[in-house]
Design a binder for this molecule. Structure first.
Ligand code: NAD
Length: 501
């Protein structure tokens, strides 16, 4: 990012090169309006256009981007991107997810502010920033069909991923003068994955004693965020929850056409509107360019051009206050001009240098956007293998039948401890009402383990035993679809118990 900062040489301001993607649908219209505003405001930028999205997909690049575009992005390190259309049908990967993950854009930052009464909002005092983890969770996109009945998506939560995003949220709060960070997780159910996110949040929060911290379970958190967004300041959460709650708050503020988002990585950052390419209104010159304008404002703050960022943001607020509204936010009797996309941009340009009369004016100058996250250092832990979950495809419906059969197989010094179906224990001593699919998780542990102790005492086993067990199961005609090793890390059980185990 240092190269992207505004600098002066021989009294001439050096322009920051940025990659610009004009996008699909309404993309080119809102990008044209946004670039016109950036130029008029005096942003020190040099644009390098890249071709990504629909045309690239249809010319044979299944991820929607070609090598030239990658090269430009890696050189400029900053991207201003209009929305793109992902073609319908299988085989096309989402370009957004590809860009975020390939470029290490770990933090998705969405500030949402209500502009009531100028844009009617259900929560007139909301001013919230959602900071969403951007690279992992269920969006790892690792899915498999395992049996006729069952498909699976892997939820991957990592220590480096959690540390980066949680620290980013606290640093963001510090830099931008925010008072509180709320963590949203579902660790009452997902004790290992969401539990890791939550425990890292609590660890890191202690390093920021001047910033209030709180945690909420995502379901009640999302409900309260929708009902009382003004009670929140910065919210940090994992990828899927963040995707959902950021749309909830944007909609509560008045329109999806208003909010911009930043995708921040260690070296590269991408700025875009939160909405899509809106093909239903493309080419009509009626799209609201505000989301992309706000994204461009965040970009300017990120590269250190905070003065011009505040100038554009204040002119935008003044334009909205004056009732110059695109059709999506136009209110009869309240708005003064139903503006086209380009007219909105022209009206904003006329207001450059002005501040809003009653809305809170922009103070991006306070933050320099230059948040540095330390590199991750892995701590050494002691990992001990204590068993294996063998997943079996079996189309019977009586758990006792498969349980009694597997109980007889004591291969390599491993014994069957229990069987679950969709996580619920069905053998031994299951309930007759539990619905069973054709996907059985059969837990094998060392014969020395004391599984009747509370909590169970597991013994270390040799990995060779797993191979013997699998070979025996195979020879007995058991259809093994996958295995998952059971470990203790630093003496702690590191796998979940079955419900009812
Ligand atoms: P969308 O956000 O494009 O549109 C949803 C609704 O909001 C539509 O009625 C649209 O007219 C309206 N809308 C959106 N932006 C607006 C604006 N600036 N001004 C006024 N009204 C606006 O969502 P969608 O219809 O689900 O998706 C359309 C396409 O966009 C799909 O191909 C999808 O894959 C893509 N998409 C791209 C991105 C991105 O590039 N970041 C994000 C989301 C969706």
């Amino acid at each position: 990012m240092a190269q992207a900062m505004l600098s002066k040489k021989n009294n001439t301001e050096i322009k920051t090169k940025i990659a610009v993607a004009h996008g699909d649908g309404i993309g080119p219209e809102i990008m044209k309006a946004t670039l016109k505003i950036l130029d008029a405001a005096g942003a020190q930028l040099e644009y390098e256009p890249i071709e990504i999205g629909e045309k690239s997909y249809l010319s044979g690049h299944t991820s929607g981007i070609d090598q030239n575009a990658w090269n430009t992005i890696k050189r400029t390190k900053i991207i201003l991107k209009a929305p793109i259309t992902t073609p319908q049908g299988k085989g096309y990967k989402s370009l957004n997810v590809t860009l975020r993950k390939s470029l290490g854009l770990f933090a998705n930052v969405r500030p949402v502010v209500a502009l009531d009464p100028y844009i009617t909002s259900k929560a007139p005092n909301m001013d919230v920033v959602i900071i969403r983890e951007n690279e992992e969770d269920l969006y790892a996109g690792i899915e498999h069909q395992q049996t006729e009945d069952v498909v699976q998506c892997l939820k991957l939560i990592t220590r480096p991923g959690c540390e980066k995003i949680v620290r980013y949220a606290f640093e963001y709060a510090k830099v931008y003068g925010r008072k509180k960070v709320t963590c949203m997780v579902k660790d009452n159910i997902m004790k290992l994955t969401d539990g890791l996110f939550h425990s890292i949040f609590k660890e890191i929060a202690k390093e920021y004693p001047n910033i209030e911290s709180e945690s909420q379970i995502i379901d009640i958190g999302a409900a309260r965020l929708a009902a009382y967004p003004e009670r929140y300041d910065v919210v940090v959460t994992s990828n899927l929850y963040g995707d959902i709650i950021s749309d909830i708050v944007a909609e509560t503020a008045g329109s999806v056409g208003l909010a911009g988002s930043a995708n921040i990585g260690k070296e590269i950052a991408m700025f875009e509107a939160i909405h899509g390419s809106a093909p239903d209104i493309a080419g009509k010159n009626i799209a609201n360019p505000s989301g992309l304008i706000n994204a461009a404002v965040s970009m300017l703050a990120h590269i250190g051009q905070t003065e011009v960022a505040d100038k554009i943001k204040n002119a935008w607020l003044a334009t909205i206050e004056d009732g110059i509204h695109t059709p999506d936010i136009f209110q009869e009797g309240w708005s003064t001009i139903k503006a086209s996309t380009q007219r909105f941009a022209d009206e904003l340009i006329q207001r450059l240098g002005k501040k809003p009369k009653s809305l809170k004016s922009s103070q991006l100058q306070r933050g320099n956007g230059n948040i540095v996250i330390p590199d991750f250092h892995r701590k050494k832990t002691k990992k001990v293998l204590v068993g294996v979950d063998v997943f079996v495809d079996w189309q019977g419906d009586n758990p006792k039948e498969i349980g009694d059969r597997l109980k007889e197989i004591e291969a390599g010094g491993l014994k069957l401890k229990m069987i679950t179906n969709r996580g619920v224990k069905v053998y031994p001593n299951g309930h007759e009402y539990t619905f069973c699919t054709d996907h059985w998780r059969c837990r094998f542990v060392g014969i020395e383990a004391d599984t009747s102790a509370v909590p169970p005492m597991y013994s270390a086993i040799d990995p060779d035993r797993l191979i013997l067990l699998l070979s025996k199961l195979h020879s007995q005609g058991i259809d093994v679809i996958k295995t998952e090793n059971l470990y203790k890390f630093d003496g702690k059980r590191s796998f979940s118990l079955g419900q009812g185990e």
